[in-house]
Design a protein around this ligand. Structure first.
Ligand code: PAF
Length: 279
């Protein structure tokens, strides 16, 4: 596996990959890789001849009081995982390579990015849309893959790529879960043993609400039951639990397919998100 850290040597390395293998798939990550990321890599191999993974903890998608400084970093372990999975190239740029002196342009997605996580984390999706566009522009992949765990992020990236006429296909990959249902996330590393034991209640609560709604229960009642279960199960606060249109992310007060149940809540100092299909 080639490891590239700058921007200058990328074009020659990418030309080599295209010549020797053919098409390229990009899996953008912030490192601290787990089975969820490796599922993206495995899926990427089905769509292109060579896989490029970027590892970049993107400062523009973190708010001033968020966990940028503490975000888990484990580069050696990440590289070993990618090598074992047959990744062709890992691109690990530093902040100055992505945001050099004088950088002054951000991409702002509209309504889709303003609600839910966008409301709880102002500016977050501007940072995501901007960095993903820059990563795609540098790598020039045929496809780029993202986890469905960040459902709103996936929708925002699809919107960005469509609106900016970017010649790349975005592929969403289903969420990988621990055996007890907790969605895999690099931020699970922040959880204490007691928080980790309690955390699956988030998934179970939205799963139960989704089932109830599919069986005909009222949306408001099902969401209220889910909120109560999350809070009594050990979460400190809830940012949102909602039934939304799967594409527009508009809230639904009655079930209508395609729908998604989305949730974000805080346990201790950690904010976890999850979502599932409904119906
Ligand atoms: O999902 C992530 O890990 C990040 O938001 C992404 C897409 C790599 C952009 O920094």
């Amino acid at each position: 596996m080639q490891i590239i850290r700058d921007v200058k040597s990328l074009p020659a390395a990418l030309a080599g990959l295209s010549r020797d293998f053919g098409t390229i798939a990009l899996v953008p990550t912030m490192g601290a890789l787990h089975a969820g990321h490796m599922a993206l890599v495995k899926e990427a191999k089905r769509h292109a001849d060579a896989v490029v993974v970027s590892i970049f903890v993107n400062p523009t998608q973190f708010g001033p009081n968020e966990d940028l400084a503490n975000y888990p970093r484990q580069e050696a372990a990440d590289i070993a995982l990618l090598e074992a999975e047959g990744v062709a190239l890992a691109w690990i740029p530093d902040v100055a390579s992505i945001y050099p002196d004088g950088f002054d342009t951000m991409i702002r997605v509209g309504a889709l990015a303003d609600r839910w996580d966008g409301a709880a984390r102002p500016g977050h999706f501007d940072g995501v849309a901007t960095v993903v566009t820059k990563l795609i522009n540098r790598i020039g992949p045929k496809v780029a893959l993202f986890g469905e765990k960040d459902w709103q992020q996936l929708a925002v990236i699809r919107r960005t790529v469509a609106d900016l006429d970017m010649a790349v296909t975005i592929i969403g990959v289903p969420t990988e879960r621990a055996e007890d249902g907790l969605a895999l996330s690099s931020r699970n590393a922040y959880l204490s043993d007691a928080e980790r034991a309690a955390a699956p209640v988030l998934h179970h609560a939205i799963q139960q609400a989704a089932r109830a709604i599919s069986d005909g229960a009222g949306v408001a009642d099902a969401l209220e039951t889910a909120r109560a279960a999350i809070l009594s199960g050990g979460f400190k606060s809830i940012d949102y639990v909602a039934l939304v249109d799967a594409d527009s992310l508009e809230p639904l007060t009655r079930f209508a397919a395609p729908a998604r149940m989305i949730a974000a809540a805080r346990i201790g100092t950690t904010r976890l998100i999850d979502n599932i299909a409904v119906g």
